[in-house]
Design a protein around this ligand. Sequence first.
Ligand code: 1PX
Length: 211
Amino acid sequence: MADTFSLQRVLETFRSSLSEKKEVYIKYYIAGWQELVAFMNSLGNVFSFISKDVVSKIQILENFLSGENRSHYVTIQSMVKYELENDLVDLTKRGSHPESGCRTLLRLHRALRWLELFLERLRTSTEDSKTSVMCSDAYNESLAQHHPWLIRKAVGVAFCALPGRDTFFDVMNAGDHTQVVALLGESLPLIAEVYQITEDLYAKNNLLELP
Ligand code: 1PX
């Protein structure tokens, strides 16, 4: 991972995460999140409670990827199959498998929906649009439904500390505003596809409400 964030690299990692059979490689999926965490850290300390949580989830998945059962953790599809067949998932309440790959990835998956909604707002925004409003609208439509009141409040405070739209476009390191908008247009269908494949897989296996 390089020091400066680039939207292009996020796009590339999500592109690499899709196999020819439309399976999702966990390795690239979490690499995409690592890039996003680096971006969030560059925005300031107010976001550290958010990035800490993402980092710890990435770490849980990385441990599976390098652990003795790593051959089962190549794609999200193989992980779901392996963990379900071997009773490694707490399905209704937290018990002996509080940190399964399935429930950990579900948290990132829900956050990916937020990202998709936020980036789509950013892409179609105008000069006087506020990043804090775009962020919180996207949040309320997605992740907020899964967070308790206290987290929602803390997230609301963090949104107020977001830089304005111009700064946001600049730190994406993808050229001028027109180029950023074009790249977002290219990235969003990919992010949406990765999201939808995961969503369908989780829905088919009744995993969307894992505790
Ligand atoms: C190109 C620019 C894009 C900006 C990139 C920013 C990346 C943001 C990544 C946010 C990822 C949040 C993951 C949250 C996972 C989660 O829901 N965790 C909760 C549940 O976990 P548990 O293990 O307890 O079941 C956990 O309680 C979460 C705590 C922290 C709050 C998470 C708030 C997420 C807000 C998303 C908006 C981030 C705004 C960043 C602005 C750039």
